[in-house]
Design a protein around this ligand. Structure first.
Ligand SMILES: [Zn+2]
Ligand SMILES: [Zn+2]
Ligand SMILES: [Zn+2]
Length: 253
């Protein structure tokens, strides 16, 4: 199984529009962060995790092959705004989208034209599947276990597949979720920036603390702002077993 980070930026992406800081002006491709998304592949199964506004650009360099499912963490724009851009993949059949009840409701509301009785020709054919925490389901070769994390007061989903878990936009987590993370050795976690508390996202310190509770061997951070600093410098400041992911990074799981 492999994971490709398609985007590792926070909701506004890096460079941030209008920002002239040295990170936003950096020429290093690792300092350019599209909105967070990832591709999980195993055998012939390809699953997209989140589908934000940069998805067209993120999928463009990849082989054009079927996407067997889209796992959606939550309804925020930076995680769902690219759904319509999956249209070309309908040549392979309907697109199966997996989301919790609130996100499913949100998608029907934001893209009503995709869910009418008679579809306008050319709209993406999205098939929504409501999933719930702790109820596993399969997509092709992959067995997926949704877990619930809190994004401020909004319950959202993280996903465990084998000994890998992907969690973004988390601030806190209930104790009931911890057993579902037992034995995870590779963890993806959101880490917004180093300092200045945020109401709905973990900072680097909080993310390190949480990853240590899980006991993962390798933790990759995603959903970063420009305040993380230059990728290479920032990575050197992390303890062993932790790294900031970057767009295009491929990890064998
Ligand atoms: Zn987000
Ligand atoms: Zn900046
Ligand atoms: Zn969010």
């Amino acid at each position: 199984m492999t994971l490709t980070f398609l985007g590792t930026g926070t909701s506004g992406g890096v460079p941030a529009l209008g920002c002239q800081c040295e990170v936003c002006r950096s020429k290093n491709p690792k300092d350019k962060r599209l909105r967070s998304a990832a591709l999980l592949e195993s055998g012939n199964t390809r699953v997209l995790i989140d589908c934000g506004p940069d998805i067209r650009q993120q999928l463009m360099p990849l082989p054009f092959k079927p996407i067997d499912g889209v796992l959606v963490t939550h309804i925020h724009y930076d995680h769902v705004a690219g759904m319509d851009d999956l249209r070309p993949f309908c040549v392979f059949g309907d697109i199966h989208v997996y989301a919790n009840k609130a996100t499913e409701h949100g998608l029907r509301h934001t893209m009503p034209y995709c869910f009418t009785e008679e579809l306008y020709p050319g709209v993406p054919r999205l098939e929504l599947h409501v999933i719930a925490p702790h109820r596993s389901f399969a997509i092709g070769d992959l067995e997926i276990m949704p877990i619930q994390v809190m994004h401020d007061r909004l319950p959202i989903l993280g996903f465990r597949v084998g000994n890998f878990a992907y969690i973004t936009d988390m601030k806190t987590i209930g104790e009931t979720e911890m057993p579902y993370l037992e034995g995870v050795d590779t963890l993806v976690l959101n880490a917004l920036r180093w300092e200045r508390e945020h109401h709905s996202h973990m900072l680097v310190g909080e993310a390190i603390e949480f990853a240590r509770r899980v006991g993962a061997e390798s933790t990759y951070f995603t959903h970063m702002t420009h305040e993380i600093g230059f990728h290479d410098d920032a990575n050197r400041q992390l303890p062993v077993g932790f790294q900031f992911a970057y767009d295009g990074l491929k990890v064998n799981l």
